[in-house]
Ligand binder design. Structure first.
Ligand code: S3P
Length: 442
């Protein structure tokens, strides 16, 4: 058996400095996909060159799109138009990426060929019925393992009929899947969201000239209108920045600026929660490009208080709950995170993995049903945390060392590559009195 990559992070430390984070994962996936479907050639700058997003690039290349990586985070994409993709010669491996499999299924549903998708062990256990059902209703032929709910999946695309779709769960991946299939169908497809989710797909479609309108949670896309290739600058990923921002907010003596972060309001729930906790967060400079919002954010350490995060707020902080749960261990009082069932179907069952991690760290944490409660402030203790192959658990555990007098050893940290290449150097550069080393377990 091979070696298991691990990290040892020694605390305590405060975070000091000015940094950037790698490109936004959601926007990078969408930029590669939508420019592939456009007419003309365009560049993506700030692209997240992580394992998940490179799996998207490989999938598109396998369908005949010419994509050149002209720099570490720069891609040149030659669009093939809405109907120019070709049948992949092999099974598409979506790796660990739920966004890739769910969004590309929407695209494949409207193509005149057959494709097969699979993924890693975690992705093969995640629910896909939520996208298969609406795509079948539009006329795609799809079969999948587990009673048509799990990868591997086979899809034979065809000509699609528009639908009016009301998602049962708030999910940007499900919404985007149906909008992409709508883009390839004849007529107007509608998605009516009862709870707003991230809107990067809608914004990018509008930027590239699609027939898309959106108001009060109702999104309409008109099919078969060509997209026109235009350059896309990807902002820094606020979900990656959140690891440092939340830790700095809770550690006295920290002062951290993260430049060029994406602050689309459907993604800034984490900043709103931090503000309710009493954090010192300031937006230094704000600007827009390609229909997305960017800002420089500064956070200084402060004494924080507990908050309540209810079910209606979960989609706004869906990827930040692990780091917010860690932050809650440093807040005075009991923080409640309610109605978080979607956490059970992420890269790991995050209600379980958060509870396990925080318990190892000596925090006061309880999961009841789909609710999480954390009482602080707690002194955390040295321990070993198994990431369970989940990048956000691995990075949260690394940040926990800020509040530990000693080392946190995190096992199975290879998963960090799915969303945050360079994380170890990033943390080393900020964690003044702390240290970060990698090691391997046999
Ligand atoms: C994503 C949407 C979210 C999020 C995921 C990325 C996207 O998933 O958790 O990391 O890019 O659309 P759901 O929309 O399924 O909750």
């Amino acid at each position: 058996m091979g070696n298991t990559p691990c990290l040892r992070v020694r605390g305590p430390f405060a975070l000091q400095g000015e940094v950037r984070v790698p490109g936004d994962k959601s926007i990078s996936h969408r930029a590669a996909m939508l420019l592939s479907l456009s007419q003309g050639e365009a560049r993506i700058t700030g692209f997240l060159s992580s394992r998940d997003c490179l799996a998207t690039v490989n999938a598109l290349r396998a369908m005949g799109v010419e994509i050149d990586q002209t720099g570490g985070s720069e891609l040149a994409v030659k669009g093939v138009g809405l109907n120019g993709l070709s049948e992949p010669g092999d099974i598409i491996d979506c790796g660990n990426s739920g966004t890739l499999v769910r969004l590309v299924l929407g695209i494949l549903a409207g193509q005149q060929f057959t494709a097969f998708l699979t993924g890693d062990q975690s992705l093969r256990s995640r629910p896909m019925g939520r996208v298969i059902r609406p795509l079948r209703e539009m006329g795609a032929f799809i079969v999948a393992r587990g009673g048509d709910t799990r990868l591997p999946i086979a899809v034979r695309g065809g000509s699609l009929t528009p639908i009016s779709f009301v998602p049962e769960i708030p999910s940007a991946q499900v919404k985007s899947c149906v909008l992409l299939a709508g883009l390839l169908s004849s007529g107007i497809t509608t998605v009516s969201e009862t709870r707003r989710t991230r809107d990067h797909t809608e914004r990018m479609l509008e930027y590239l000239g699609a027939g898309i309108r959106s108001s009060d949670g109702r999104i309409e896309v008109e099919g078969r209108i060509a997209l026109v290739a235009k350059d896309i600058a990807v902002p820094g990923d606020i979900s990656s920045a959140a690891f440092a921002l939340c830790t700095a907010a809770a550690s006295l003596g920290s002062r951290l600026t993260v430049r060029g972060v994406g602050v689309n309001p459907t993604r800034t729930g984490v900043l709103r929660v931090l503000q309710r906790m009493g954090a010192r967060v300031t937006v230094e400079r704000q600007w827009s490009a390609n229909n997305e919002d960017f800002a420089d954010l500064t956070v200084s350490g402060a004494e924080l208080q507990s908050v309540d995060i209810g079910p209606e707020e979960i989609p706004d902080v869906i990827d930040e709950i692990p780091i917010l749960a860690l932050t809650a261990t440093q807040c005075a009082g009991t923080t409640t995170i309610r109605g978080a069932s979607e956490l059970r179907v992420k890269e790991s069952d995050r209600l379980y993995t958060i509870e396990k991690m925080l318990t190892s760290l000596g925090a006061d944490v309880e999961v009841r049903g789909d609710d999480l409660s954390i009482t602080g402030p707690s002194r955390l203790r040295p321990c070993v945390v198994d990431s369970c192959g989940d990048h956000r658990i691995a990075m949260t555990a690394a940040m926990a060392a800020a509040f530990v007098d000693g080392a946190v050893d995190i096992t199975d940290t290879d998963c960090i590559e799915t969303s945050f290449p360079g994380f170890q150097e990033f943390l080393s550069g900020l964690a003044g009195t702390g240290s970060v080393e990698s090691f391997c377990l046999n």
